[in-house]
Every structure is written in C-alpha cells, then in structure tokens.
Design a protein around this ligand. Structure first.
Ligand code: ADP
Ligand code: MG
Length: 326
C-alpha cells in the first residue's frame, strides 16, 4: 500500500531522517515508535505530502507523493501533531469545510460527516464551539476529519499526547476500531501503547529505522536480549575455553578477576530462551570440573531494549535473521 524508499530529510545541515526504507501493507495497524526528535513527524509529514524530502521516494497505492500528489493524497487521511482546528467553529462546520476541501459534496458529504461523527463518538459535542471541547474531544474531531474523503490509510501523529489516562484509553480503542476498516499508521513515544494496539511496530531512532516486526517478533527477540552473569573459580583463559564450547553465545565481556582469583564476566546469547542458555553454561562448567560460584540471568525489559535501540542504534540482538553480516 505504501512504499518508502531511501527517504532522507535535512533541515539545513541537520539530518532529521536518514535513508529510511519500509513498506506498509493494507489492513494493518502500524506503530511508529521512537523518542522525541526521532524523526516520526518529519517522516509522516513527508508521507502525507505536507513536506518535501531531501532524497528518496514515497508511493501511496502506486502513486508517487511528489509526482502525483493529488492522487496519492486522496488515499490518505492525516491527523498532524498540531491539527489546524478552527476554535470558533463547531465540529460540524469544521468537518463540512474539510470535506469540501477534499472535494466531497452534497449528500455524499453529509453521509461521510455523519459516519465520521458516529465512528469517533462526537455526536454530543458536534454543535459546540471547538474551543470549548476537552483535548480528548478535540483529538476525536481531528480523527473525524482524517476519515473524510474515505481514504484507505489513516495516519495519526501522536494522537494520545497530552490526554488524560481515560482519554488515552478511549483514543487507543478508537484507533483499534479504525484498524478494522483502514490501514492505520500512528506514532507514539510510548512503547506499551504501540505494543497494545499495533500489528507491526517500526522503531525509529535518530532518523533511522532500528527495528521492524510484529510485537511477537520483537518480544521473541527480546527474550534473548538479557545478559548472563557468571563468576567461576578459574583463570580467565580457562573460563573462556569452557565457554567456547557452549552454543549460542554471541558476546563475552572482558573478564574481571577478583581477589582470590575468581573470574566474573557477562555474556549475551542469541538463543530464544536465555534460561536454556544458562543451563548449557552450567553443565559445560560441571563437565569441565570447574566450579561456578555464581550464575545469574538479568532479563532485559522491553524498556531496556527500547532504550538500547533508540540510544545506541540497533542492538545486535535485534538484527533480523537473513540480514547481511557486517
Ligand atoms: P519526532 O516527531 O520523532 O519527535 P521530528 O520529526 O519532529 O521528530 O524531528 C526530528 C528532528 O528534526 C529533531 O531533531 C527536530 O529538532 C528536527 N526538526 C524538526 N522540524 C524541524 C524544522 N522545521 N527545522 C529544523 N529542524 C527540525
Ligand atoms: Mg513528532
């Protein structure tokens, strides 16, 4: 449905988006996850034709957003980070204005407005001034306008920011509902939110794509993202010899030798099951007649991995199968 190829955006010398490539398939909910400043809004603004790119291509339903903007834009409804709501109008007036701007007229416009009002649950407030609405309702009005013109794709830039907890849950439920009839892309800096709603997650950090997968795929990769910490009663060389025969170890830290000669080190594994990996380590030491004084597993939380991915670039544990070796 959407193809983004080698997208790059510079603001002056500042590189906001760097060589971003991904595809969006129809009928799924996608989450753009990344901390503030990651490049989410820039990417969305380019995908929706609101901002030019420095390099790269965006195709919506086969139409190039830069070369055939009218055809491409007809397929997208967009709620920007700061939606241009007219405070003195009512939602009904505003929706009529936006619908007409999108080229919808007459009975069809009335039908679409009624449908958008009903889907976003703003029936009760649609004759009040927008300025008098709560932030949650303003956000719904913003989503309602994105639905006008019957676009296939709905793009929502951080729709839950600044809302109270109840409004957040309501907007999340609304996004899930929209996902039943539309392809939805929404951005967030909250991991749990994206996990709860999305079929696919794209993690963006410093303008780059650092992970893409279903929540289950990311979780599976997470299970092996922890560390195993061990202390053995042996020399560093001996410990490394024993570990060399253990499968699925991807990283071994510098050994630290404590007073009394015990050696401590941390290691990472690419095994799906970090406990199975520590079991193999235990038996390798037992088989080598070497005492393990300590063996512990520090599981990475989702937060740990998100932080690692967004602060220092792609963690090794997240490199996808089939990726080229560096
Ligand atoms: P996000 O939406 O993920 O918070 P943005 O796309 O808004 O990230 O911003 C990405 C980077 O580009 C940030 O470093 C931001 O400061 C910078 N940036 C965004 N808009 C502009 C602009 N109009 N001019 C200059 N720099 C910008
Ligand atoms: Mg943003």
């Amino acid at each position: 449905m959407i193809e983004v190829e080698h997208l790059t955006k510079r603001y002056g010398t500042h590189l906001a988006v760097s060589d971003l490539s991904f595809q969006i398939e129809s009928g799924q909910i996608y989450g753009f996850l990344g901390p503030n400043g990651a490049g989410k809004s820039t990417t969305m603004n380019i995908m929706t034709g609101c901002l030019s790119a420095t390099e790269g291509h965006v195709r919506i339903g086969g139409y190039d957003i830069f070369e055939q903007p009218e055809k491409a834009k007809r397929l997208i409804g967009y709620l920007p980070e700061q939606p241009p709501l007219y405070q003195n109008e009512t939602p009904l007036e505003y929706l009529r204005f936006v619908g007409e701007a999108k080229g919808v007229r007459g009975e069809e416009l009335k039908r679409q407005i009624q449908d958008a009002i009903q889907r976003t649950g703003i029936e009760k407030v649609c004759r009040r001034r927008i300025a008098a609405l709560s932030k949650g309702y303003k956000q719904r009005v913003g989503i309602a306008q994105a639905l006008l013109g019957s676009p296939e794709v709905i793009i929502l830039d951080e729709p839950t920011v600044g809302l109270d907890p109840i409004q957040i849950i309501e907007i999340r439920n609304l996004v899930k509902e929209l996902g039943k009839t539309h392809t939805v892309i929404f951005s967030s800096h909250i991991l749990s939110e994206v996990q709860a709603i999305c079929d696919k997650i794209l993690i963006i950090s410093k303008g780059r794509l650092t992970a893409l997968g279903t929540p289950e795929e990311l979780e599976r990769q997470l299970r092996s993202a922890g560390e195993i910490i061990l202390t053995a009663d042996a020399t560093a060389e001996r410990v490394e010899d024993i570990l060399a025969a253990v499968p699925h170890i991807t990283e071994i830290s510098q050994p630290e030798t404590a007073a009394g000669g015990a050696v401590t080190l941390r290691l990472k594994t690419d095994s799906d099951d970090i406990r199975a990996a520590s079991r193999s380590i235990f038996f390798a030491f037992a088989g080598a007649n070497t005492a393990l004084l300590e063996l512990s597993v520090r599981k990475a939380s989702l937060e740990d991995v998100f932080l690692e991915l967004t602060e220092s670039g792609p963690a090794e544990v997240f490199s996808k199968e089939g990726d080229e070796e560096a």
